[in-house]
Design a protein around this ligand. Structure first.
Ligand code: SF4
Length: 435
């Protein structure tokens, strides 16, 4: 008996599926006799040149479609939902889990702890592999689900078990070795906590992961994020400047070794470490193609490089007076002020920089991406804002005009009486100012 399959959301016109009469609401049950459990199965099995697709029509009738096509040619079907079905949940109790530090009464999706290799492959979510047994690893290998994004934190088995609160967490190197032998590429991360997995432990993590190059493509070293809502959790504190300097130097030292050995830096310190340490971020070449910008690695360098291109083309004076507010979090405050100073040298331009504290998650959370709508309302109400308020687009949920606390851009614009406009970087910023 086939499993429930995937329900068709849309069929592209002029596609193979449209020609064969596949319609919205139909269900793809099997391909070449194999049950289609999720989008991963579908992508893998539908790549073949000769297919027999078992389809259940809306009225319950079953059709067997015989298809001949080019290898990898799409059938033109889009499925409902994310095509994953029920997501595998995380069984860990990480000492630094951000979900456990969320304030109460936020939207339910923010409390979801997924740990699903399919989402890692399909969307780049970090997974831990603590819930991946032989069957899952073999499926990853057999279907070549590559690259994957894996949270390592430490390769020391006992320490990883302690940090992640899971007895199976100590098998990580065994699992990575298996995946590396199967040709799976992995981007990895280590969330560092002062005195817990840094120093000699970080040294070991970098060394052992580095030995798996080129299967391990990158290691991002990022500092633990601590909110003001930690209740009854393991005692942790943020990195101090001197400690952040030590981490950056350690990473830079290992980068040099990897560059001479592999021609690639492989390990990267997150922007937050550089900014906390007060050490300038390295040149773009040291970011090896920026494999982990989503993890806050290299965004400052990208911003600076874009700004140096944009500033060369700035006019001496604007065609008409421009007055705007520009917002960021504490961490990027100095960078924003520097940009505002330069823009304010242009005739008829006034940029008002606002560097806001995060009252929602607490003052230890300093990145712009975690500022909420409420922080903006509190921080900007009653201040001079000019014609519009420009905010970094990373403050919003992807593809959405909503902040983490569900406040919308429109709502803030209304409350402030000034349009709020998200910008993606310096080029966008200058465009919005019509310079
Ligand atoms: S893996 Fe750890 S940090 Fe991630 S959701 Fe689970 S408990 Fe939280």
């Amino acid at each position: 008996m086939p499993t429930r399959g995937l329900v068709v959301k849309d069929v592209a016109s002029d596609s193979i599926a449209a020609e064969l009469g596949v319609e919205r609401g139909d269900t793809v049950l099997q391909i070449n006799g194999t049950d289609i459990k999720d989008i991963i199965d579908y992508k893998f099995y539908s790549a073949d040149e000769n297919l027999q697709v078992l389809l259940q029509k809306n009225d319950g009738e079953r059709w067997l479609l015989e298809i001949e096509k080019d290898f990898d040619e799409s059938l033109g079907i889009d499925f409902r939902g994310d095509g994953i079905g029920r997501t595998r949940r995380c069984r860990n109790k990480c000492v630094f889990c951000f979900v456990d530090q969320m304030p109460a009464r936020m939207r339910p999706s923010l409390y979801v702890k997924d740990d699903d290799y399919r989402l890692s492959f399909a969307q780049g979510n970090f997974i831990t592999l603590t819930n991946a047994g032989t069957a899952e690893l073999e499926r990853i290998a057999g279907m070549r689900l590559s690259p994957l994004y894996v949270s390592i934190h430490t390769v020391n088995p006992a320490l990883r078990q302690k940090i992640m609160g899971h007895p199976g967490a100590g098998r990580i190197m065994e699992q990575l070795n298996f995946l590396a032998r199967a040709g799976i590429e992995m981007h990895t991360q280590a969330v560092l906590c002062p005195g817990l997995n840094d120093g000699a432990e970080l040294e070991r993590t970098i060394r052992e992961l580095g030995s798996l190059w080129p299967a391990v493509r990158s290691l991002a070293v990022v500092p633990v994020g601590l909110t003001a809502h930690r209740r009854g959790l393991h005692h942790l504190r943020p990195y101090r400047q001197e400690e952040a300097r030590t981490v950056v130097k350690q990473v830079q030292h290992r980068q040099k070794e990897f560059i001479s050995r592999y021609g690639y830096p492989l390990v990267f310190a997150g922007d937050e470490f550089y900014l906390t340490a007060g050490i300038p971020v390295p040149p773009a070449a040291r970011y090896g193609g920026f494999p982990q910008t989503e993890n806050g690695v290299g965004l400052v360098r990208l911003f600076k490089d874009q700004w140096s291109k944009v500033r060369r083309k700035l006019p001496r004076a604007a065609a008409k007076p421009v007055r705007v507010a520009v917002v960021t979090g504490l961490l990027a405050g100095p960078l924003l002020r520097q940009v505002a100073d330069e823009l304010n040298r242009i005739g008829q331009v006034e940029v008002l920089p606002y560097v806001l504290k995060n009252n929602f998650f607490g003052h230890n959370v300093t990145v712009a991406g975690l500022l909420t709508g409420q922080d903006l309302i509190n921080g900007l109400t009653g201040h001079e804002l000019g014609e519009k308020v420009l905010i970094p687009s990373v403050m919003l949920r992807e593809g959405d005009a909503t902040f983490l606390d569900d406040v919308t851009v429109d709502e803030i614009s209304r409350r402030l009486g000034t349009p709020v406009v998200p910008v993606g970087g310096p080029a966008d910023l200058v465009r919005e100012m019509v310079l």
